[in-house]
Design a protein around this ligand. Structure first.
Ligand code: BTN
Length: 216
């Protein structure tokens, strides 16, 4: 992969989305600051001195599974026991440590995906957020994420799903979805969550679920 480092940018995801055709597969764009960082569902993503980067990928892949897994496994390599809260938030000690925004870009001759990661590096703990509080540099972390991601993208999807299950903090729990109670029993290869109750099994793609049991 090749990487670019910028001081300030609107959003690394927006930039790569708009300029995808000018960059190669596996381009990584790292920013010190974003002025219009975006989260999922058009939420604003505010971060200072965090590990903020986006990866441009020009091949198809099960990125909704491999991206959070790559981050989770990379952090495990540095001794952090994190879990994936479906769809792709990374949790540490029951608090959100990182968010991932995955966007598809369709252009005339090709399609690409952009994986945007915002990893909290601070040493402050908040009500529902936590930082890594580490001496590691963000470049070491990004390098480990890129290595894990390329390993995972070469693996059989069944093995990816198996690894995701192990790291998931939602699978096995009771969740409510549109006011009905289900058990989360797995994920499919599209990254959809599989929910089951006595009468039905459904695959959901949005995260309008509430977990009804405490998570780690
Ligand atoms: C979420 O939890 O809602 C996802 C947050 C994703 C934030 C990252 S920071 C780098 C990249 N650029 C953005 O504008 N967003 C993602």
């Amino acid at each position: 992969y090749s990487f670019y480092l910028v001081d300030e940018i609107e959003s690394t995801n927006t930039y790569l989305k708009e300029n995808a055709k000018d960059y190669n597969d596996k381009t990584v764009l790292i920013a010190q600051r974003q002025t219009k960082g975006r989260g999922r569902y058009n939420r604003v993503w505010v971060s200072e001195d965090d590990c903020i980067f986006s990866i441009l990928l020009k091949k198809n892949g099960a990125y909704h599974l491999t991206a959070p897994l790559a981050l989770c496994l990379a952090l495990a390599g540095f001794g952090y026991d994190t879990g994936i809260k479906w769809p792709n938030d990374i949790y540490l000690q029951n608090k959100k440590l990182a968010g991932i925004l995955i966007e598809d870009v369709y252009q005339e001759s090709f399609s690409s995906a952009i994986i945007g990661i915002g990893l909290n590096m601070s040493d402050k703990m908040e009500f529902n957020a936590i930082g890594l509080n580490t001496k590691l540099s963000k470049y070491e972390i990004i390098d480990a994420v890129m290595n894990k991601l390329s390993e995972l993208n070469k693996m059989d999807i069944k093995d990816v799903i198996e690894l995701y299950r192990k790291k998931s903090i939602v699978i096995g729990k009771m969740v409510s979805y549109h006011d009905k109670l289900y058990k989360a029993i797995g994920v499919d290869q599209n990254g959809h969550l599989i929910l089951n109750n006595d009468s039905t099994t459904i695959h959901v793609s949005s995260d309008e679920i509430d977990i009804k049991e405490s998570i780690r």
